[in-house]
Structure formats: structure tokens, C-alpha cells
Design a protein around this ligand. Structure first.
Ligand code: MF3
Ligand code: CO
Ligand code: CO
Length: 287
């Protein structure tokens, strides 16, 4: 965190002098640094205006996930889901953030069964018993929101249904650990504990991330247990929690397309994702 002088303008953009604005709160933050927390750069703390913008973007992302839930069924292709997402986004004034992102060719990620993440929509037809993650990232007026859900197609196996349920619980438990002046690593500890208690494993190669002014920002959010406290969670931080949970082993393999990431052992994988903001009293799920 940048150390400002008492009479400098506050970093938050309020136009007030630092001593009349965030100085006291920042002094409290420096005390946490001495306890072993990593302190976020002040640029990671979103202003009220930015959070409002991310919230509006989130309305589109939520609308898309609801719409997909109503239309998805046996027999449709992942390319059709891509068209639904693309057209909904554009018609609501947004831009699909994944399209052309680092060469990614589509407006959404669709990850079926053993695909962990970044599945690319194509002519694959959804069949009875499939489980699919649809991951939507929207830009509206320059603000990014990111969320994903699982959809069960027809009648899935008991194991698949349990994986989808437990993965949602992992996300919710991770979100419940988030509190102002808590530690980032509390999330991974709680998520991994619940996954392991159910006989599942947590993917280590991918995680959540800061989001809002760009698709992927700091901090990186691990969903497995790490030693230490990690970054201090400060009001205004916006990030995703998006555990990827495997029915078998946690190892990943990325296919030749450079994106599609599957379980090494061929087991099923599930993922749920929310974007949230740390508030003075707790957490707000943005989408
Ligand atoms: N929405 C994804 C995430 O949760 C990012 C997808 S980037 C893509 O981080 F290029 F793979 F689409
Ligand atoms: Co994300
Ligand atoms: Co996402």
C-alpha cells in the first residue's frame, strides 16, 4: 500500500485530504501487516462508482445464466449455448469478455463431464446424464463480471449429482469465510476440507481472481489449503470464488486446442462461480 502524507488527497478519489478520509483505516491495515498478512495495493480496492458498474454488468451475467437454465436440454449443442449467450449480451449493451481474449474463440466456456474448465463451444450435442458448467464473463461500460453454474441434463448418475451439489457447497462455504480483515487463505482451507470430507479433490492449477476493471486481476484465489494467512481481505476488494472439484484425482491436462482442460484420470469435474465484493460488514455477492 502506498504511504500517503496526511495532507495529500486520499487515494480513494473522494477529493478529501488523506487524514480526513482513509488514513485511520489504513493505519489499522498496517497493523495486520505485522501479523503476517499480505496487504493489498490500494488499486485493488474498488470505489463505490466502480462497484456500481460491476453490479450492472452482473445483472447481464445473471440474466444469461438464468436464461441458459430455462433453455438448456438434451439435444442442443454447445454452439447453440454460445449463440444464446452472445446474442443476449449484445442485445443488453454488453460485450462477451472471453471472445478473442488471448485468442479464445467464443463468447462463453462450456465444460462437460470430465472437462474442468475452458471448454470451447462446438457441435457437441448434450446428452441425457451430462453435467455441464456454463461460465459467463460480461463487460458493460468497461466493467467486468464473471459467474458460472452447473446444469444437469436429464437424469444424471448419483455420483454426478453429488459432485454438482458438493461443489456448490464448496463455493458457498468458501464465500462464508470471506469477511473484512480476514485472510484470503481461509477460503482454500474451508473449500478443501469440505471437498475431501466428501471424497473429492480440489484443482490446484486454476483458481479465482480479482475482477472488475479487467477479466483477471489480482489477487489469485486458491481453493486448496495453503500455509499462512495470505492477503488481508479489505472492504472494496472484488474477486471470484470458483472452485473446480474433481470426483477423482486433482491433476489437470490441457488439450491441443490450448484451452480445454480435462481431468487427467478421466473422472468427472464440476465448478460454480460467483463474483463478490468485501464490504465493511461482510460480503456482497455481485453475481
Ligand atoms: N470466466 C473464466 C474465469 O472464470 C475465464 C475464461 S477465459 C477464457 O476465469 F478465455 F477461457 F474464456
Ligand atoms: Co472467473
Ligand atoms: Co468465469
Amino acid at each position: 500500500m502506498l504511504r500517503l502524507g496526511r495532507n495529500d488527497l486520499c487515494w480513494c478519489g473522494s477529493g478529501k485530504k488523506y487524514k480526513k478520509c482513509h488514513m485511520e483505516k489504513d493505519m489499522k491495515i498496517y497493523e495486520y501487516e505485522e501479523q503476517g498478512y499480505v496487504i493489498p495495493h490500494y488499486k485493488m480496492l474498488k470505489t463505490k462508482e466502480q462497484i456500481d458498474g460491476i453490479r450492472k454488468s452482473g445483472v447481464i451475467t445473471k440474466g444469461i445464466l438464468d436464461m441458459v437454465g430455462e433453455k438448456i436440454k438434451v439435444g442442443i449443442t454447445t454452439d447453440e449455448i454460445n449463440s444464446w449467450v452472445h446474442e443476449y449480451t449484445i442485445s443488453h449493451g454488453g460485450i462477451p469478455a472471453t471472445l478473442n481474449y488471448c485468442g479464445y474463440p467464443k463468447s462463453v466456456c462450456t465444460s462437460i463431464n470430465n472437462v474442468i474448465c475452458h471448454g470451447i463451444p462446438d457441435d457437441t450435442v448434450l446428452k441425457d446424464g451430462d453435467i455441464i458448467n456454463v461460465d459467463v464473463t460480461t463487460i458493460l461500460d468497461g466493467y467486468y463480471s464473471d459467474a458460472s453454474r452447473m446444469y444437469i441434463i436429464g437424469e444424471a448418475s448419483e455420483e454426478a449429482k453429488k459432485l454438482v451439489r458438493v461443489t456448490k457447497e464448496c463455493m458457498d462455504i468458501g464465500i462464508d469465510t470471506v469477511k473484512p480483515y480476514g485472510g484470503l487463505y481461509d477460503i482454500g482451507r474451508a473449500v478443501e476440507k469440505h471437498a475431501k470430507a466428501n471424497g473429492f479433490s480440489v484443482v490446484k492449477d486454476y483458481g479465482g481472481h480479482g475482477v472488475g476493471l479487467d477479466i483477471h486481476e489480482e489477487p489469485h484465489v486458491d481453493h486448496y489449503a495453503k500455509h499462512g494467512k495470505g492477503m488481508l481481505l479489505v472492504p472494496g476488494m472484488v474477486f471470484t470464488i470458483e472452485p473446480m472439484i474433481n470426483a477423482g484425482d486433482y491433476h489437470c491436462v490441457t488439450l491441443e486446442d490450448g484451452w480445454t482442460t480435462v481431468t487427467k484420470d478421466g473422472s468427472l469435474s464440476a465448478q460454480w462461480e460467483h463474483t463478490l465484493v468485501v464490504t465493511e460488514n461482510g460480503t456482497e455477492i455481485i453475481v
